[in-house]
Design a protein around this ligand. Structure first.
Ligand SMILES: Nc1ncnc2c1ncn2[C@@H]1O[C@H](COP(=O)(O)OP(=O)(O)OP(=O)(O)O)[C@@H](O)[C@H]1O
Ligand SMILES: [Mg+2]
Length: 139
């Protein structure tokens, strides 16, 4: 468990975490509203060399962020908060990316797509509000 005091530290944690991620990884970020899932994703994106702004995919459901000069072709950022059913993600081609050997996927609210993930190997991170800011735990 690690304590993250502010947004800047969350970005830094994400940058560090990016070094441990491998193509094909699926990273599930659990935590209540506003715990910093998107902020952590921004840090990971920076760490992977992505220069463009990372916007929350709350309405788009899935953002594909291309990565240059790496074995990893895309960082795919998924947010299921507003998802009605899993079909909606299937319709926009999520299976092209989930676990694909040239892609890293990050999923906010992974609990909502349990069925899509049940036969995939995932890494889990849990973020909680705490007195110090946020507690972050790799499960
Ligand atoms: N220790 C911290 N780590 C990350 N963010 C923090 C921290 N302390 C305060 N914040 C603030 O909390 C907010 C986190 O927002 P963010 O969009 O990253 O959360 P989220 O978990 O993605 O929310 P949502 O569930 O709505 O998608 C930011 O405004 C950030 O400035
Ligand atoms: Mg978010």
């Amino acid at each position: 468990m690690e304590q993250i005091k502010n947004e800047k530290q969350m970005i830094a944690y994400g940058k560090k975490l990016a070094r441990e991620l491998k193509p094909g990884n699926i990273l599930c970020l659990s935590g209540e509203l506003g715990t910093g899932k998107t902020t952590l994703t921004k840090g990971i994106a920076h760490g992977l060399g992505i220069k463009s702004e990372v916007l929350s995919p709350t309405f788009t459901l899935m953002n594909v962020l291309p990565i240059k000069d790496k074995k990893i072709k895309n960082l795919v950022h998924i947010d299921t908060y507003r998802l009605k059913d899993e079909e909606e993600l299937l319709d926009i081609g999520v299976l092209d990316y989930l676990g694909a050997p040239d892609t890293i996927c990050i999923i906010e609210w992974p609990e909502k797509i349990k069925n899509l993930l049940k036969d995939k190997r995932v890494k889990k991170i849990k973020i909680k509000h705490s007195d110090a800011g946020r507690d972050i735990k790799i499960i």
